[in-house]
Ligand binder design. Structure first.
Ligand SMILES: [Zn+2]
Length: 152
């Protein structure tokens, strides 16, 4: 009986390389085409790829649409804040005072949602970049905050 060979001893690396060379030589120019054909996606895979690409495109369109909507909303809000007097016709304010972590808090217009803060250092402004920093405006609005409108 032949001695049992270990799996690694069935074909030595040299023999394996020689077989590989022989196969490659016999296939010649056909080899790259065969490899390409093996790697090419089948009809099912192609359909899945097309579906995935369509899904990605739809999601991208959706995101673009949402981003556009957000920008339009911001623009509309800015426009409203620019034209809002933050006051009733009778001169009463529309604002409430909100005390948050920044010094003096802010006046919030309940009509246009503008946040008006006194002028603060750049460090503080970074914490609320969308607020308006205008001490005179803050003081004017603060004076019209109805009593009891101060939230701590
Ligand atoms: Zn307003």
């Amino acid at each position: 009986m032949a001695p049992e060979l270990k799996k690694t001893e069935v074909v030595s690396p040299e023999v394996a390389a020689a077989i590989g060379d022989a196969v490659a030589r016999s296939l010649g120019d056909a080899l790259p085409k065969i490899i390409e054909a093996i790697r090419a996606p089948g009809p099912l895979e192609q359909r899945q790829i097309a579906e995935a690409e369509k899904e990605i495109r739809e999601k991208q369109d959706e995101r673009k649409k949402m981003a556009k909507q957000v920008l339009e909303d911001i623009e509309a809000k800015k426009q409203m804040q620019a034209t809002c007097s933050h006051e009733h016709r009778n001169g009463d304010g529309h604002c409430v005072h909100v005390q948050d972590t920044l010094p003096h808090g802010y006046c919030l217009c309940q009509v246009c949602q503008i946040r008006v803060r006194p002028e603060l250092s750049e460090e503080y402004r970074k914490l609320d970049p969308r607020a308006v920093y205008n001490t005179a405006m803050f003081n004017r609005l603060f004076q019209k905050v109805p009593s009891g409108g101060i939230f701590e």
